[in-house]
Design a protein around this ligand. Structure first.
Ligand code: NDP
Length: 500
């Protein structure tokens, strides 16, 4: 791959990378109290691209106290909803003005294609920001009839209000660092909460950039804070802080359970968006070309580092060979290269750790008898590249059918009838997403309610929308993001009862 294919990096991005990054607390950049720093790597090359502050429990305390003071002061919560909405819309405009810089920064730090950074990580996030900004003026309660009999002759009028829950801790993973930070910050701010974000140590840069833009847009000091650092140190301290009222966590199921345990200690509210091992169910009447395109998008978007990704492909036996052959050829034809090359379809994984983890899964797959239809290798070149891979000859009890690989690896299995595929699809501790591929309306409508998943797509896999609730069944999580569900998640209900 020659550098000639790479888009030129904006001077503003180069300057941002070279900065002495600190934590973002109380509206300004401050150093970590310990002075500890961490290197940030570029997945396309494996080289250090920046350094950030490595925050600890003391830094987390400063950020939470700042968020708590801002919440109590009413500087944000007390604004008229229309004022909050206007500031959040301005925030979206400022992000839009910096769209290309944010997209390049994300690609340099996360590894993903610049096309994906522009379209999803930044473009879709701006739409999400405007959608959530609009909720600030649409939060509502109910009026309720009550039958309280005392004192005699007294009547009551009762109603509910939704009030902001307080300080929100947002723990953000490395697969969509900017987008998932925005998924947490915007509904929280729309409801009048204040926020402390802890990005993944692998991908801390865009959250820091975003915090600066929030301040530029007029979000008051203390309302949006960012503490960079390790999950086991800064993340752990944040989830245990007694002044945190709500934790919104996206990441692995194992860490999600730790976060929930810490939340229970303080009776903090929590929402968990965790892993998935998502089935893509293809009935025999489905169009093979459409299925192949759907599997490429559903299985290989962001190198498969997507909680909602299609990772188990079940094809009705009559079409199994045709689908595996066509998909194998398509997967083998995907071009591999750095994210800054807009022509590269598969890019580096986020980290050396993730590359090793996916490599180990590929070895396990081979050892258990999987047949490699396409790809199958960790690439021996600088950066964290793994070939896009399709495996066949799988059995339901194999490790790669059961565990989340979180890489560019799709496994294919045949099935005979619908009852069998329902059993196989639901035979997983996870239940995040699924898709059904058929042009038989009756078959689709019968299958959708039988699949244990928070989202089921028909004839597509992976698109999400700000107005459509998103979250998991079973061990894929608790709670829903997006739409009205997000607003409910960041508010408490207060009942008001007036005697007259
Ligand atoms: P983790 O669950 O470890 O990380 C997710 C977030 O939690 C990161 O910000 C991390 O910080 C933070 N964190 C880690 N430990 C703690 C803790 N004790 N308390 C509070 N926060 C903590 O995921 P990994 O990065 O290790 O990825 C492992 C696997 O998790 C992946 O292979 C994939 O299967 C799954 N995953 C799922 C995601 C999803 O979208 N649902 C996203 C990412 C991963 P830091 O990174 O700094 O340690």
């Amino acid at each position: 791959m020659s550098d000639a294919n790479l888009i030129p990096v904006l001077p503003a991005v180069t300057a941002f990378l070279g900065r002495e990054h600190g934590l973002f607390i109380d509206g300004r950049t401050v150093p970590a109290q310990s002075g500890d720093r961490q290197a940030v790597y570029g997945p396309a090359t494996g080289e250090v691209i920046a350094h950030v502050a490595d925050g600890d429990a003391g830094d987390v305390d400063r950020a939470v106290q700042s968020a708590h003071a801002a919440f109590r002061s009413g500087a944000w919560t007390g604004l008229r909803p229309a004022e909050r909405e206007r500031i959040l819309l301005r925030f979206a405009d400022v992000v839009e003005a910096h769209a290309e810089a944010l997209a390049q920064l994300e690609t340099l730090n996360q590894g993903k294609s610049i096309n994906l950074s522009r379209m999803i990580e930044v473009g879709a996030s701006i739409e999400y920001m405007r959608y959530m900004a609009g909720w600030a003026t649409k939060i509502e309660g109910q009026t309720l009839d009550v039958s309280i009999p005392v004192p005699p002759g007294t009547r009551y009028t009762a109603y509910t209000r939704r009030e902001p829950v307080g300080v929100v801790a947002g723990i953000v993973p490395w697969n969509f660092p900017l987008m998932i930070a925005i998924w947490k910050v915007l509904p929280a701010l729309a409801c009048g909460c204040t926020v402390v974000i802890k990005p993944s140590q692998e991908t801390p840069l865009t959250a820091l950039y975003l915090a600066g833009l929030a301040a530029e847009a007029g979000v008051p000091p203390g309302v949006f804070n960012v503490v960079t650092g390790r999950g086991s140190r800064a993340g752990d301290a944040l989830t245990r802080h007694p002044r945190v009222s709500k934790i919104s966590f996206t990441g692995s199921t194992a860490v999600g359970k730790q976060v929930a345990t810490a939340a229970i200690d303080n009776l903090a509210r929590f929402a968990l968006e965790l892993g998935g091992k998502n089935p893509m169910v293809v009935l025999a009447d489905a169009d093979v070309d459409q299925v192949v395109q759907g599997a490429l998008l559903g299985g290989f978007l962001n190198q498969g580092q997507v909680c909602a990704a299609a990772s188990r492909l079940y094809v009705q036996r009559r079409r199994y060979d045709a689908v595996v052959e066509a998909l194998g050829a398509a997967v083998a034809g995907l071009s591999v290269g750095p994210g800054l090359d807009p022509g590269a379809q598969i890019n580096a994984l986020v980290s050396a750790k993730q590359q090793q983890s996916v490599g180990r899964y590929l070895e396990i797959g081979r050892a258990e008898g999987a047949r490699v239809v396409a790809g199958g290798r960790v690439l021996d070149r600088p950066g964290y590249f793994v070939e896009p891979t399709l495996l066949a000859g799988m059995r339901q009890d194999m490790t790669l059918v059961r565990e989340e690989v979180f890489g560019p690896v799709l496994v294919a299995l045949p099935f005979d009838d619908v009852d069998e595929v329902v059993r196989m699809a639901n035979d997983s501790p996870y239940g995040l997403t699924a898709s059904v591929w058929t042009n038989d309306l009756k078959a689709a409508m019968n299958l959708v309610p039988r699949i244990e998943a928070g989202t089921v797509w028909v004839n597509s896999h992976v698109p999400v929308d700000p107005n459509l609730p998103f979250g998991g069944y079973k061990q894929s999580g608790i709670g829903r993001e997006f739409g009205r569900s997000a607003i409910e998640a960041y508010t408490e209900i207060k009942s008001v009862c007036i005697a007259h």
